[in-house]
Every structure is written in structure tokens, then in C-alpha cells.
Design a protein around this ligand. Sequence first.
Ligand SMILES: Cc1ncc(COP(=O)(O)O)c(C=O)c1O
Ligand SMILES: NCC(=O)CCC(=O)O
Length: 430
Amino acid sequence: MYSHEKSQTLQTQAEDVILGGVNSPSRSYKAVGGGAPVVMDRGEGAHFYDVDGNRYIDYLAAYGPIITGHAHPRIHEAIAEQSSKGILYGAPTELEIDFANKIRDAIPSLERVRFVNSGTEAVMTTIRVARAYTSRNKILKFEGCYHGHSDLVLVAAGSGPSQLGTPDSAGVPKGVAEDVITVPFNDLEDFKTAISHFGDEIAAVLVEPIVGNFGIVEPMEGFLEAVNEIAHDNGSLVIYDEVITAFRFMYGGAQNLLGVEPDLTALGKIIGGGTPIGAYGGRRDIMESVAPLGPAYQAGTMAGNPLSMAAGIACLEVLEKPGVYSEMERLGGMLEDGLIELINKYSIKATINRLVGALTIYFTDETVTNYTMAEASDGEQFAKFFNGLIRRGINIAPSKYEAWFLTTEHTEEDIKETLSIVEDVFKNEF
Ligand SMILES: Cc1ncc(COP(=O)(O)O)c(C=O)c1O
Ligand SMILES: NCC(=O)CCC(=O)O
């Protein structure tokens, strides 16, 4: 069992200067029984090492972006090379044109693209653009979906906020929250009711086309097609938040995998190869609402910064190689099958949702298709599981609402080692 002595000491120091000891609440272990989060030292492929010298197989992948593993040489080189030429100019570069083209080639619905610095900014701006284009105010979102921390979307916000008991954040003005309507994911009847009730007040429907924020939850057959049709009949736009999903399951977005196109798309995480990034884009006529062409303002000192452009291009170059996603599918299948075998062997009440290299274990015996079901899964069992893993060398998010993410660097050996550690946890702690 690992000792986390130095992490404990550093966390005490952190709490004395960084609010709560963490720069994002998701990193706190509050929801899994407290204790100091493990403080990381360095990463290498699918593994990393903490300040106490312990080695972990990493399935957090920094909440998704690190799909090519830690310190990937290609990304490292791209950043180093760009850094030697300057890291920020406040002027256009050829790199950003190349990168925008690369993204549009993969996700053609982004007829025009803009780069920003986080998923939060990307989603926030798509909402502004939709409001500008439709001259309407309200947004419809799905319960438990997280779309970053801008005011408007911190309502029924799943993932991190739910885990800490703040799905509806304090500090969001009542008037702002009143412009957000939430309905359960995968429930077409509630969706239709909301649309017919609010009608021409709804500027846009905001969707995680494959949910990543109350675990991995796929849309039911026909759900997204119906959402598109009903929203469009109502004169509302459809925004896909693909901050987690783009380039996670295939070289392209969930929209390409599922064959349904939104009007606007928000991107982040993977496209930056681990550097801070966001992007949004969509139909040309809608995007032309944005300054300098249109009246909706969006700007940024760091937007399209060359380091993120270089890292993003390098990351997509790794991902576009043949066989990358089929290998993640193979290893993901192996991990899922092995986990199910152990769940059955030790009579654990748990189910798994998986798509390619992303999966979630829910401590419940029902198949999870919406937020209420994810919420009802057993948080105490999850906490026991998490603590068992982190003391034995597996790092996952300290939250029952997050996913495990495979990288291009995980190997069969990693999966076998993982399954043997999980068996040890089930045998000794459950
Ligand atoms: C679907 C989704 N949208 C938006 C965001 C916000 O992105 P960021 O944390 O880069 O601001 C996240 C972050 O987890 C996300 O999962
Ligand atoms: N799925 C939710 C996140 O990935 C959030 C990460 C963070 O805000 O630290």
C-alpha cells in the first residue's frame, strides 16, 4: 500500500495559500472521504509518479485532454520548437489557419472556427452567438450535463458541481438562472413539453451528444435526431458541447460518429494536446454574427496562442494515424470485460457504460441512461473503490460522475495490471 506522506505535507502547505488547496474543485478528495489529493511529480505515457515516488497507471488523463499520454515526444517537440520562436504575438499566424483547417476537415459542420482558451469560454460564446442570431434569450440544457463554469450553465450542472453538492452555484443571479430550462437526458417527452411551453423564447438547445459528465452515457436511438428536428421546427439552434467527446471516440466529433449535425459546436480538452484551449464554430451564416463581422463580441489576448496551436496540431497528427482508435477500442473492451468478470466474481453491485476508450463504473445494478440514475448510484461504494485504487497505483477521478480515459500509450500490460489491482480491492475492501 502506498504512503502519501509528502503529498499530505504539501497539501497542508497548499491549503495555506491556494484556496481549498486546489485550483479546481474536481481535484479535491472531499467527495471520497477527504484526505490530501495525491500531488503529482511527473508523467510518462500512461503512467505518472507522485511526490512520494509512487507510480500510477493513469486513467484520469487530466479529465480527458491527455489522450496521447503524458509527455508525448511529438507534442513536447512541437511546443519546444514554437517556444523558441516566441510564445505569443497578438497577431495572426499561419499555424492557426492550419489548425482550423485540420479541425474543419475532421468536423465539417464547423464551417467557420474561432479559438479561445477553455471549454468554458467556448460554450459560453456559442450561447452568446445563438442568442445574437435568434434574438432569443433562453437556453435548454440537459440535467447533469456540465458545460463549464460560466453563469448560465451552472444550473443542474452534473459532474464536479454535483459531487460537491453545488449543482446550482451560489452567485449566479436569479435572472440568469431563469433563462435556463433543464430536462432529463434521453427523455423526449419532457423535451417536447419544455419546447412547447417556452416556444419562441428558446435560442438554443445545448447538448453533450454523448454525455461525459454523469459518466459516459450514450443517447438512445433516435434521441439526437428528434432533438434536432424539434429544436429546428421551433426556430431554436442546436449546440453540441463536444469538449469531452471530440476526438475521444474517433478522429472527429461525436456528431460524425452518430451522423447528426448541430448548428454550433464547442470544443476543448483533447484539441489542445494538454495545453489550455477551447474552440467553437459552426454554420457560416450563424458564425458571421461574431465580431469583427457581426455584432456579437468575443475576444481574447491568448486566443489562438501559438503554443496551443502547435500542441493541438501535433496531437491531432498522432490521433489521425490508422489504428489509433481501433486499438483504444480493443483495450477498452478488454478492460470492460475484465471488470465485469470481477464484478460478477465478487458479487459487486455495479454496472459499466463504455464507448471506445472511455468508461464509467456505477455502483448500481441498473443500466444508467440519465442523471437521476447516476446520482442514485452508491457514492460510498465508489469512495471505497477510489481509495482502494489510489493506494495501490491506479489514478481515476475522485468522483462517481467522471469517466476513465484510455490513452494511445496504455498497453495490454497496463490493463492486466489494472485488473489485478481491482481484484485486490474487491477481495480485500468490499
Ligand atoms: C462537456 C464539457 N464542457 C465544458 C467543459 C469546460 O471546459 P474547461 O474546464 O476547459 O473550461 C467541460 C469540462 O470538463 C466539459 O466536460
Ligand atoms: N468532467 C468535468 C471536468 O472534467 C472538470 C474538470 C475540472 O474543472 O477540473
